[in-house]
Design a protein around this ligand. Structure first.
Ligand code: ADP
Ligand code: ADP
Length: 227
C-alpha cells in the first residue's frame, strides 16, 4: 500500500523579488512499512519535500498524496486536521514544549485531538517505553539530554499512531554516536511495529541501517539505493 506519493512536484519560493526553485519535478512513492532516508547536500530540497508531504506548505505544481488523500486539494484547516490525525512530525518547528514533561509532550498531539486524559497518558507512556524513556516520563525537556529530547519527539509522533512519521534532520543537533542510536531506535520501531518512516539527513554515516536511500540534488531525485 502506498502511503506517500509526490507526483511531478515543483516548488518555487518567491519573496523579495527572488525566486528559488527548490523542487524541480519530484516523483516519489513510499509504501507502508518502509524505512527510507532522504539524503543530499544542504539546500537540495529535503526539507521542502518533507514540508509538502506533511501538508505544511503547498506545491507550486504537481500532486501530493498521503494515505490516498490529495493534500494539495485540501484547505489549510483541512490539512491541519489531517496532519493531526494521520501524520507524525519530528520537525524543528515542533520542538518539545519546555513547560511540559516528557509524558505531557508525548501526549500533546492526542490532547489536541481531544483524546481523554487516561487514554492519552497510557498511549504516551507506551510510546515513551518503546523509546526506552519510561523512567524519564516526568522530567522536563531541560532535564533530558539532546538525544533523549529527540526520542521524546519521536514518542510524541508515535503515540498518535500515525500513518507515517516524517522527520526533518532528526539527528541534526546530536553527536554522531547519539544520532546513530536514535536511528537504530527508529529502525527497531519500524521492524517491531511496522511504523513507516521517512526522514532526512545529511550525515552519510547514519545510512548503514537504512533500507532505502533516496538522493536529492538541486531539487531533483538523482538516485536511489535499496539494500
Ligand atoms: P535542504 O533541506 O535539503 O537543506 P531546503 O528544502 O531547505 O533544502 O531548501 C531548498 C532550497 O529552497 C534552498 O535553495 C533554500 O534556500 C530554498 N528555501 C527553503 N525554504 C525557503 C523559504 N521559506 N523561502 C525561500 N527559499 C527557501
Ligand atoms: P498553530 O499555531 O497553527 O495551531 P501548531 O504548532 O499548533 O500550529 O500546529 C500546527 C498543526 O500541526 C496543528 O494541526 C497541530 O496540531 C499539528 N501538529 C503539531 N505538532 C504535531 C506533531 N508532532 N505531529 C503531528 N501534528 C502536529
Amino acid at each position: 500500500m502506498v502511503i506517500l506519493e509526490a507526483k511531478g512536484v515543483r516548488k518555487v519560493y518567491r519573496g523579495d523579488g527572488v525566486e528559488t526553485e527548490a523542487l524541480r519535478g519530484v516523483d516519489l512513492r513510499v509504501e507502508k512499512g518502509e524505512f527510507t532516508a532522504l539524503v543530499g547536500p544542504s539546500g537540495s530540497g529535503k526539507s521542502t519535500l518533507l514540508h509538502l508531504l506533511a501538508g505544511l506548505d503547498l506545491p507550486t505544481e504537481g500532486e501530493v498524496y498521503v494515505g490516498g488523500v490529495r493534500l494539495d486539494r485540501l484547505s489549510r484547516s483541512q490539512r491541519a486536521r489531517f496532519r493531526l490525525e494521520r501524520i507524525g512530525l519530528v520537525f524543528q518547528a515542533y520542538n518539545l514544549l519546555p513547560v511540559l514533561t516528557a509524558l505531557e509532550n508525548a501526549a500533546f498531539v492526542l490532547e489536541l485531538r481531544g483524546v481523554p486524559k487516561g487514554e492519552r497518558e497510557r498511549r504516551a507512556l507506551e510510546a515513551l517505553a518503546a523509546l526506552g524513556l519510561k523512567d524519564k516520563a516526568h522530567r522536563y525537556p531541560r532535564q533530558l539530554s539532546g538525544g533523549e529530547q529527540q526520542r521524546v519527539a519521536v514518542a510524541r509522533a508515535l503515540a498518535a499512531e500515525p500513518l507515517v512519521v516524517l522527520a526533518d534532520e532528526p539527528t541534526a543537533n546530536l553527536d554522531s554516536r547519539t544520532g546513530l542510536a536514535l536511528i537504530e531506535r527508529m529502525k527497531a520501531l519500524n521492524e517491531a511495529q511496522g511504523v513507516t518512516f521517512l526522514f532526512s539527513t545529511h550525515d552519510p554515516r547514519l545510512l548503514e541501517h537504512v533500507r532505502r536511500v533516496v538522493r536529492l540534488e538541486d531539487g531533483r531525485i538523482v538516485g536511489e539505493e535499496v539494500r
